[in-house]
Design a protein around this ligand. Sequence first.
Ligand code: ADP
Ligand code: MG
Length: 254
Amino acid sequence: MSTALLEIEDLALSFAGVRALDGVTFSIDEGELFAVIGPNGAGKSTLFNCISGIYRPGSGSIRFEGREILGTAPHRIAKAGIARTFQNVDVFPAMTVRECLLLARHQHLRSGPLAGMIRWGRSAREERAALRRVTEVADRLGLGDLLGREVGPLPHGVQKRVELARSLCMEPRLLLLDEPVAGMNHEETAEMAATLSEVNSDLGITMLLVEHDMSMVMGISDRVCVLDFGRRIALDTPAGVVRDAAVIDAYLGG
Ligand code: ADP
Ligand code: MG
């Protein structure tokens, strides 16, 4: 019996002859904060897009809770409990934070072919539950006082938090984060790292964190997988990874 939530096996995908992923294998345990790092072009976003169903790998397998999800449509993968954030903030600027979070929740609960048929059934009780969840998530992420504010004028670091809050409103079992600190300053980066760590330990949400910035992931990750040119060059604890000769080579260009 394995406690793996996500199992990636021998995943490969090429774009016009470029091997973006070249036989990548790893698995993530329930409750783990697992990081995939690597230089630009290493295949991190490609891996991400394979797991969320946007790209179809040429070969390999992706199992979630023991079931093969390779070839499953993105909205079904989301519904199965895998939520994701995007590398670039993707929110409607004229919406309030509250509206943004409610929308994310409704879109998630109402996605799929039956959405139109069951929309009439949305009850007042459901609405209250949604609002409660949204308020809880906002409080946890330090957005509680900003629920009535428009998203557009908020600082970039706060918008990234809204993006994270949106994915948490979907109550995921696995959260995929693509470079959550991209474009953030040092202070915002430290805050986001602390928040991710808290969400992982307090809410018990398993995370796959994809990052370019090696130092950011070292303090918060349980294990780190290092990609370079689409290949796994290391898989270890943070302490093990920083001592790994192949990793030092890839990062220092040696
Ligand atoms: P990372 O996120 O680690 O920076 P990517 O997964 O974006 O890396 O890219 C891995 C490799 O695949 C790169 O060589 C990139 O140019 C190529 N690649 C990624 N997406 C596409 C695409 N849609 N079409 C063609 N090549 C792509
Ligand atoms: Mg990327």
